[in-house]
Write a protein that binds this ligand. Structure first.
Ligand code: IYR
Length: 221
Protein backbone atom coordinates (compact mmCIF):
# COMPACT_ATOMS: atom_id res chain seq x y z
CA UNK A 1 0.00 0.00 0.00
CA UNK A 2 1.43 3.40 -0.94
CA UNK A 3 0.80 6.48 1.14
CA UNK A 4 -1.73 8.11 -1.22
CA UNK A 5 -3.70 4.94 -2.05
CA UNK A 6 -6.54 5.93 0.29
CA UNK A 7 -7.98 9.32 1.23
CA UNK A 8 -10.42 10.25 3.99
CA UNK A 9 -14.03 10.08 2.75
CA UNK A 10 -15.54 13.54 2.41
CA UNK A 11 -18.77 12.69 4.18
CA UNK A 12 -20.41 16.07 4.57
CA UNK A 13 -23.91 15.11 3.47
CA UNK A 14 -25.35 13.38 6.53
CA UNK A 15 -28.99 14.28 7.21
CA UNK A 16 -31.12 14.04 10.33
CA UNK A 17 -33.63 11.13 10.25
CA UNK A 18 -36.43 13.66 9.60
CA UNK A 19 -34.60 15.33 6.72
CA UNK A 20 -33.73 11.89 5.37
CA UNK A 21 -37.39 10.87 5.26
CA UNK A 22 -38.57 14.12 3.74
CA UNK A 23 -35.80 14.27 1.12
CA UNK A 24 -36.33 10.64 0.09
CA UNK A 25 -40.06 11.34 -0.20
CA UNK A 26 -39.46 14.48 -2.28
CA UNK A 27 -37.05 12.63 -4.59
CA UNK A 28 -39.52 9.82 -5.11
CA UNK A 29 -42.28 12.33 -5.91
CA UNK A 30 -40.02 14.06 -8.40
CA UNK A 31 -38.99 10.91 -10.27
CA UNK A 32 -42.56 9.60 -10.36
CA UNK A 33 -43.29 12.43 -12.79
CA UNK A 34 -40.69 11.17 -15.26
CA UNK A 35 -42.23 9.76 -18.43
CA UNK A 36 -40.72 8.45 -21.62
CA UNK A 37 -41.82 10.96 -24.24
CA UNK A 38 -41.94 10.18 -27.95
CA UNK A 39 -42.91 13.58 -29.34
CA UNK A 40 -40.34 16.35 -28.95
CA UNK A 41 -40.15 20.08 -29.57
CA UNK A 42 -37.15 21.31 -31.58
CA UNK A 43 -36.53 24.07 -28.98
CA UNK A 44 -32.79 24.52 -28.38
CA UNK A 45 -30.97 23.59 -25.17
CA UNK A 46 -27.55 24.87 -24.07
CA UNK A 47 -24.73 22.39 -24.62
CA UNK A 48 -23.50 23.32 -21.10
CA UNK A 49 -26.61 21.65 -19.68
CA UNK A 50 -25.91 18.49 -21.69
CA UNK A 51 -22.29 18.48 -20.48
CA UNK A 52 -23.53 18.57 -16.88
CA UNK A 53 -25.82 15.57 -17.55
CA UNK A 54 -22.86 13.61 -18.86
CA UNK A 55 -20.61 14.63 -15.97
CA UNK A 56 -23.34 13.32 -13.63
CA UNK A 57 -23.64 10.06 -15.60
CA UNK A 58 -19.87 9.66 -15.41
CA UNK A 59 -20.13 9.59 -11.59
CA UNK A 60 -21.66 6.08 -11.74
CA UNK A 61 -19.91 3.20 -10.00
CA UNK A 62 -18.24 0.77 -12.41
CA UNK A 63 -16.47 -2.58 -12.40
CA UNK A 64 -12.88 -2.05 -11.14
CA UNK A 65 -13.49 1.68 -11.74
CA UNK A 66 -12.90 1.23 -15.47
CA UNK A 67 -15.66 3.75 -16.32
CA UNK A 68 -16.44 1.75 -19.46
CA UNK A 69 -18.69 4.27 -21.22
CA UNK A 70 -18.62 6.79 -24.03
CA UNK A 71 -21.30 9.39 -24.69
CA UNK A 72 -21.50 10.71 -28.27
CA UNK A 73 -23.59 13.90 -28.27
CA UNK A 74 -25.26 14.51 -31.62
CA UNK A 75 -26.85 17.85 -32.54
CA UNK A 76 -25.79 18.11 -36.22
CA UNK A 77 -29.04 17.80 -38.24
CA UNK A 78 -27.32 15.83 -41.01
CA UNK A 79 -25.95 13.26 -38.57
CA UNK A 80 -29.33 13.01 -36.81
CA UNK A 81 -30.93 12.38 -40.21
CA UNK A 82 -28.43 9.61 -40.99
CA UNK A 83 -29.24 7.98 -37.63
CA UNK A 84 -32.98 8.24 -38.29
CA UNK A 85 -32.71 6.70 -41.76
CA UNK A 86 -30.56 3.78 -40.51
CA UNK A 87 -32.73 3.22 -37.41
CA UNK A 88 -35.98 3.25 -39.39
CA UNK A 89 -34.58 0.66 -41.79
CA UNK A 90 -34.02 -1.72 -38.86
CA UNK A 91 -37.35 -0.83 -37.27
CA UNK A 92 -39.22 -1.55 -40.53
CA UNK A 93 -37.72 -5.05 -40.46
CA UNK A 94 -38.61 -5.38 -36.78
CA UNK A 95 -42.26 -4.40 -37.12
CA UNK A 96 -42.85 -6.29 -40.38
CA UNK A 97 -41.03 -9.56 -39.65
CA UNK A 98 -38.49 -9.76 -36.80
CA UNK A 99 -40.83 -9.15 -33.87
CA UNK A 100 -42.91 -12.02 -32.54
CA UNK A 101 -46.69 -11.69 -32.27
CA UNK A 102 -46.32 -11.61 -28.47
CA UNK A 103 -43.79 -8.77 -28.65
CA UNK A 104 -46.02 -6.71 -30.97
CA UNK A 105 -48.95 -7.26 -28.60
CA UNK A 106 -46.81 -6.07 -25.67
CA UNK A 107 -45.93 -2.89 -27.59
CA UNK A 108 -49.57 -2.17 -28.50
CA UNK A 109 -50.26 0.02 -25.40
CA UNK A 110 -47.26 2.23 -26.30
CA UNK A 111 -48.55 2.97 -29.81
CA UNK A 112 -45.09 2.69 -31.39
CA UNK A 113 -44.32 1.95 -35.05
CA UNK A 114 -41.25 2.04 -37.32
CA UNK A 115 -41.32 5.82 -37.73
CA UNK A 116 -38.87 7.68 -35.48
CA UNK A 117 -39.22 11.42 -36.22
CA UNK A 118 -37.89 12.26 -32.73
CA UNK A 119 -34.43 11.20 -33.93
CA UNK A 120 -34.40 14.36 -36.06
CA UNK A 121 -36.62 16.68 -34.01
CA UNK A 122 -35.06 16.31 -30.52
CA UNK A 123 -32.21 18.83 -30.25
CA UNK A 124 -29.80 16.20 -28.90
CA UNK A 125 -29.27 12.49 -29.29
CA UNK A 126 -26.89 11.14 -26.69
CA UNK A 127 -25.58 7.84 -28.04
CA UNK A 128 -24.23 5.73 -25.20
CA UNK A 129 -21.53 3.17 -25.94
CA UNK A 130 -20.45 0.30 -23.72
CA UNK A 131 -16.66 -0.03 -23.87
CA UNK A 132 -16.25 -3.78 -23.48
CA UNK A 133 -12.47 -3.40 -23.46
CA UNK A 134 -9.87 -0.68 -23.93
CA UNK A 135 -7.71 -0.94 -27.00
CA UNK A 136 -4.48 1.05 -26.89
CA UNK A 137 -1.65 0.43 -29.33
CA UNK A 138 -2.90 -3.04 -30.27
CA UNK A 139 -3.14 -4.08 -26.62
CA UNK A 140 -6.55 -5.14 -25.26
CA UNK A 141 -7.28 -4.22 -21.65
CA UNK A 142 -10.13 -6.00 -19.92
CA UNK A 143 -13.19 -4.23 -18.54
CA UNK A 144 -15.63 -5.81 -16.09
CA UNK A 145 -19.41 -5.79 -15.65
CA UNK A 146 -19.69 -3.32 -18.50
CA UNK A 147 -23.42 -3.73 -19.07
CA UNK A 148 -24.20 -3.21 -15.39
CA UNK A 149 -21.88 -0.18 -15.22
CA UNK A 150 -23.26 1.49 -18.34
CA UNK A 151 -26.83 0.71 -17.25
CA UNK A 152 -26.26 2.52 -13.95
CA UNK A 153 -24.65 5.51 -15.73
CA UNK A 154 -27.61 5.69 -18.11
CA UNK A 155 -30.03 5.69 -15.18
CA UNK A 156 -28.22 8.66 -13.66
CA UNK A 157 -28.23 10.41 -17.05
CA UNK A 158 -31.99 9.94 -17.48
CA UNK A 159 -32.62 11.18 -13.93
CA UNK A 160 -30.38 14.21 -14.48
CA UNK A 161 -32.35 15.12 -17.63
CA UNK A 162 -35.63 14.87 -15.71
CA UNK A 163 -34.21 16.89 -12.81
CA UNK A 164 -33.42 19.73 -15.26
CA UNK A 165 -37.04 19.88 -16.46
CA UNK A 166 -36.44 18.12 -19.78
CA UNK A 167 -37.68 14.82 -21.18
CA UNK A 168 -35.95 11.87 -22.76
CA UNK A 169 -36.61 8.70 -24.67
CA UNK A 170 -34.47 5.57 -24.66
CA UNK A 171 -34.30 4.10 -28.14
CA UNK A 172 -32.68 0.79 -29.10
CA UNK A 173 -33.06 -0.11 -32.76
CA UNK A 174 -31.61 -3.58 -33.26
CA UNK A 175 -28.96 -4.16 -34.47
CA UNK A 176 -27.30 -0.82 -33.76
CA UNK A 177 -23.85 -1.30 -35.35
CA UNK A 178 -24.66 1.45 -37.85
CA UNK A 179 -23.94 3.87 -35.00
CA UNK A 180 -20.25 2.87 -34.99
CA UNK A 181 -19.97 3.83 -38.67
CA UNK A 182 -21.96 7.06 -38.46
CA UNK A 183 -20.20 8.24 -35.27
CA UNK A 184 -16.73 6.83 -36.09
CA UNK A 185 -16.46 4.74 -32.92
CA UNK A 186 -14.06 1.78 -32.70
CA UNK A 187 -15.38 -1.80 -32.85
CA UNK A 188 -14.64 -2.20 -29.10
CA UNK A 189 -17.42 0.33 -28.38
CA UNK A 190 -20.79 -1.44 -28.39
CA UNK A 191 -23.83 0.82 -28.88
CA UNK A 192 -25.89 0.59 -25.68
CA UNK A 193 -28.75 2.93 -26.46
CA UNK A 194 -29.75 6.23 -28.01
CA UNK A 195 -31.17 8.78 -25.58
CA UNK A 196 -33.20 11.52 -27.28
CA UNK A 197 -33.23 14.65 -25.07
CA UNK A 198 -35.27 17.81 -25.33
CA UNK A 199 -38.48 19.62 -24.43
CA UNK A 200 -41.72 17.74 -25.04
CA UNK A 201 -43.83 18.76 -28.03
CA UNK A 202 -46.74 21.01 -27.16
CA UNK A 203 -49.71 18.85 -26.14
CA UNK A 204 -47.52 15.71 -26.10
CA UNK A 205 -49.46 12.55 -25.26
CA UNK A 206 -48.08 9.61 -23.27
CA UNK A 207 -49.50 6.10 -22.94
CA UNK A 208 -52.02 5.51 -20.16
CA UNK A 209 -49.90 2.93 -18.32
CA UNK A 210 -49.21 2.42 -14.63
CA UNK A 211 -46.18 1.71 -12.47
CA UNK A 212 -46.17 -1.41 -10.32
CA UNK A 213 -46.81 -0.83 -6.60
CA UNK A 214 -44.11 -1.22 -3.94
CA UNK A 215 -45.64 -4.58 -2.94
CA UNK A 216 -45.26 -5.83 -6.48
CA UNK A 217 -41.61 -4.84 -6.85
CA UNK A 218 -40.15 -5.44 -3.39
CA UNK A 219 -39.95 -7.99 -0.62
CA UNK A 220 -38.76 -7.24 2.90
CA UNK A 221 -37.19 -10.21 4.61
N1 IYR B 1 -37.26 -0.76 -30.99
C1 IYR B 1 -38.65 -0.68 -31.40
C2 IYR B 1 -39.55 -1.55 -30.60
C3 IYR B 1 -39.67 -1.31 -29.15
C4 IYR B 1 -39.28 -2.29 -28.29
C5 IYR B 1 -39.44 -2.13 -26.94
I1 IYR B 1 -38.98 -3.65 -25.69
C6 IYR B 1 -40.00 -0.94 -26.43
O1 IYR B 1 -40.16 -0.78 -25.05
C7 IYR B 1 -40.40 0.04 -27.29
C8 IYR B 1 -40.20 -0.14 -28.67
C9 IYR B 1 -39.11 0.78 -31.39
O2 IYR B 1 -38.41 1.64 -30.89
O3 IYR B 1 -40.19 1.06 -31.90
Amino acid sequence: MHSDQFLPLEYNFELSPEEMLSKSDAFNNAVQHRRSVRTFSDKKISIEVIKNFIRAAGSAPSGANKQPWHFAVVSDPQVKKKIRVAAELEEKEFYSSRATEEWLNDLEPLGTNYEKPFLEIAPYLIVIFEKRYEETGGEKKKHYYTKESVGIATGILITAVHNAGLVSLTHTPSPMNFLNDILSRPASDKPFLILAVGYPAENALVPNIKRKSLDEIASFI
